[in-house]
Design a binder for this molecule. Structure first.
Ligand SMILES: Cc1ncc(C[n+]2csc(CCOP(=O)(O)OP(=O)(O)O)c2C)c(N)n1
Ligand SMILES: [Mg+2]
Length: 535
C-alpha cells in the first residue's frame, strides 16, 4: 500500500514533468525521502507510467542550487529538492540570482509537520519565508494524509507554481519569470512504498496583455544600450536608426554596423564624457551592469526609455520616461531611415580600437578563450573575467552572436562552476567557463560529480592571479598596500591543481597564449581545469 507522502510525491513529480520541469537536482536527506524514492523510480525508468525525469544528485545544497540554475538556463526550468533545516538556507544564493535574472528555478524543500515547529524538534525551523522577496510564490503545503485527493492537491500546487514562475499572474502583473518555493511538510511514514504513477496535464496559463507603448522618437543623437540578455531586437533597432549600440557580451546583441567597440573604456575618456553629455535619447534594453560609464549614460540621459525585456528586472532607473516589459513589435518593424547626419555615429566609432586596452594578462586570456569556443557556450565569471570579455569580444556577423552567459543577476563570485556544470548537463554539450581564481575557489565543490551521476563536460579556464585583482582597479587601491592586500586582494596560495585532482578533474597550467590555445584545442573529456597565469 502506498503511503500518503509517496502518493503526493509521485503526483508532484508527474505534474512538474507535465509542465516541462524535467531536470531535477536532489540532495540527500531523510525528510525529503518520499521525493527521493519517487524521483529514483522515475529516473531509473523502471516503473510503468512514471514520467521521464533527468535526475542529478548532489551533496551540497549551495552547489545543487546553482547546478539547477544552470539547468534552468539551458532547459527553461529546473527544480532542486532538499531536506529540512540549514539545507534549505543553502539554496538562498541561487534563488537570489534566479530572482534577479528571471530564471525559473523551483526550490522544493521538505519540512517537518507544522505541529513540530517551535517545539525544539530536530532539524525543524521556520522555512516558510527563508527566500523572502526572492520567490514569486511561497507555498507551505500541509502534510499529505489519508482520505484526501492528494493527486488533485499536487496538481493545484504545481499549476500555481508554474504560473508564477513564468510570470502569468494576474494578481502580480509585471513580475515576469522567476523562482518559486514549495515547502512540503511530510509526516511519517517517509519510507518507500509501491504505488501507481498518476497521469498529469500541463497547466493552462493566462498572461496579462501589455499596455501599448508609444513609437520610438525620431532623434539623431540616440544611443542603444543592450544589457544582459537584451536579445537581437536591440541590434535591429540600433542599426535601423543608425544609433550607436553599446552591447554587453551577454546581451546576444553584439552585432550590426553600429556596435561600439571598447565602449566601457571610451566612456571613461574626455571624448566619452562629452558623448554622454551630448546624447539626447537613450534606449536601455535588458539590464546593464558592467561599466560605470554606461551607468552615467543611463543616469544622465536627457530622455531615457527602458525595455526590461525577458528579465524580471522590476526596477527601472530613476528618470525613465517610458518603461515596457518587452520590446514592442512596432519598434523593430517600423520603417525608419537611419539618421542622415552620420556625424554622431562617427564620433562613437572613430575611437581608437585599443583605447584602454590591457594587451597582456586577462584580455589575452579572454581573446584566446573566445577564439577557441567560437559559437559554443561560454559561461563568464564575475569580476575581471566578464569585463575582459566585454573589452575584447568582436562584433559578430549576422546571426552569429555566440552564446555568452553570465550570472549577472547579482554578479556573485559564487556558484559559477556549478552553474557551468548544470549548463553542460542541460545543453548536453561541452561548456567552457572563464573565471578568476577566487571565483574558482568559492565554488570548488562544483567540481564534485558523484560516480553514479550523469557526466557533465565542462572546462574551467582560471585566470589565476592569487586573489581578487579587480580591487586594484578601484578606489580602494589607495589604502596602505599591506592592509589593502590582506583585506581586499585576499591572496590564498592554494594549489589549484591539487584541488582539481582531488575531485577527479584534470588540470593543466599554461603560461602563454600559445599554450592556452593548445590546451583549449584538445578534446574535452569530463571536467578539466586550465589554469592560466599570463603575465
Ligand atoms: C559572493 C560574492 N562575494 C563577494 C563578491 C565581491 N567581489 C567581487 S569581485 C571579487 C574578487 C574576485 O576575484 P577573482 O575571481 O580572482 O577575479 P579577479 O578580479 O582576480 O580577476 C569579489 C570578492 C561578490 N561579487 N560575490
Ligand atoms: Mg583573481
Amino acid at each position: 500500500m502506498t503511503t500518503p507522502a509517496m502518493t503526493f510525491s509521485r503526483a508532484l513529480i508527474a505534474n512538474l514533468a507535465a509542465n516541462d520541469v524535467r531536470d531535477i537536482v536532489l540532495c540527500p536527506g531523510s525528510r525529503s525521502g518520499p521525493l527521493a524514492h519517487a524521483l529514483a523510480e522515475a529516473a531509473e525508468g523502471i516503473v510503468l507510467g512514471a514520467p521521464d525525469i533527468r535526475l542529478h544528485v548532489r551533496i551540497d545544497e549551495r552547489s545543487a542550487g546553482f547546478v539547477a540554475l544552470g539547468l534552468a538556463i539551458a532547459r527553461g526550468a529546473a527544480a532542486v529538492v532538499t531536506t529540512s533545516g540549514t539545507a534549505v538556507g543553502n539554496l538562498l544564493p541561487a534563488m537570489m540570482e534566479a530572482h534577479h535574472s528571471g530564471i525559473r528555478l523551483f526550490a522544493i524543500t521538505a519540512d517537518r509537520p507544522f505541529s513540530l515547529r517551535a517545539t525544539g524538534a530536530n532539524q525543524t525551523t521556520d522555512q516558510r519565508h527563508i527566500f523572502g522577496p526572492f520567490a514569486r510564490l511561497i507555498r507551505d503545503v500541509v502534510p499529505p494524509g489519508p482520505g484526501r485527493d492528494l493527486e488533485a492537491e499536487a496538481a493545484v500546487v504545481v499549476r500555481e507554481a508554474t504560473a508564477r514562475s513564468v510570470g502569468a499572474s494576474p494578481s502580480l502583473p509585471g513580475l515576469g519569470a522567476g523562482p518559486v518555493h514549495l515547502n512540503l511538510q511530510f509526516a511519517q511514514p517517509l519510507g518507500p512504498s509501491r504505488g501507481p504513477w498518476p497521469s498529469a496535464a500541463p497547466a493552462e496559463l493566462a498572461f496579462e496583455p501589455e499596455a501599448s507603448a508609444p513609437p520610438l522618437p525620431t532623434v539623431t543623437r540616440g544611443v542603444v544600450i543592450a544589457g544582459d540578455r537584451a536579445g537581437p531586437a536591440a541590434a535591429t533597432i540600433a542599426s535601423s536608426h543608425g544609433w550607436p549600440l553599446l552591447a554587453e557580451p551577454t546581451s546576444g546583441a553584439r552585432t550590426g554596423p553600429t556596435v561600439v567597440p571598447r565602449y566601457a573604456a571610451l566612456l571613461g575618456t574626455d571624448e566619452g564624457r562629452a558623448l554622454i553629455a551630448d546624447a539626447e535619447f537613450v534606449l536601455l534594453i535588458g539590464r546593464a551592469t558592467l561599466s560605470r560609464g554606461v551607468r552615467s549614460l543611463i543616469d544622465g540621459a536627457a530622455t531615457l526609455w527602458v525595455a526590461r525585456h525577458g528579465s524580471p528586472w522590476r526596477e527601472a532607473p530613476v528618470g525613465a520616461k517610458v518603461v515596457v516589459q518587452d520590446v514592442p513589435f512596432d519598434w523593430i518593424r517600423s520603417e525608419v531611415s537611419p539618421a542622415e547626419d552620420r556625424a554622431w555615429l562617427e564620433r562613437w566609432l572613430t575611437v581608437s580600437p585599443d583605447v584602454g586596452a590591457d594587451a597582456g594578462g586577462i584580455e589575452a586570456i579572454a581573446s584566446t578563450v573566445l577564439a577557441s569556443v567560437g559559437d559554443g557556450p561560454l559561461l563568464v565569471g564575475s569580476s575581471r573575467s566578464i569585463r575582459a570579455v566585454d573589452a575584447v569580444l568582436p562584433a559578430a556577423g549576422p546571426g552569429g552572436a555566440g552564446t555568452i552567459l553570465a550570472n549577472r543577476g547579482l554578479a556573485g563570485i559564487d556558484g559559477t562552476l556549478s552553474t557551468a556544470s548544470g549548463l553542460a548537463l542541460g545543453l548536453d554539450a561541452p561548456v567552457t567557463a572563464l573565471v578568476g581564481d577566487l571565483t574558482f575557489l568559492h565554488d570548488a565543490g562544483g567540481l564534485l560529480v558523484g560516480p553514479l551521476e550523469r557526466r557533465p563536460q565542462f572546462r574551467v579556464v582560471v585566470a589565476s592571479d592569487n586573489g581578487g585583482a579587480i580591487f586594484s582597479t578601484l578606489e580602494h587601491a589607495g589604502a596602505d598596500p599591506d592592509a589593502f592586500t590582506r583585506v581586499f586582494t585576499t591572496p590564498h596560495g592554494v594549489d589549484l591543481g591539487a584541488i582539481a585532482h582531488a575531485y577527479g578533474a584534470s588540470h593543466v597550467r599554461v603560461r602563454d597564449a600559445e599554450d592556452l590555445r593548445d590546451a583549449l584545442a584538445r578534446p574535452l573529456v569530463g571536467v578539466e581545469v586550465v589554469e592560466a597565469t599570463l603575465a
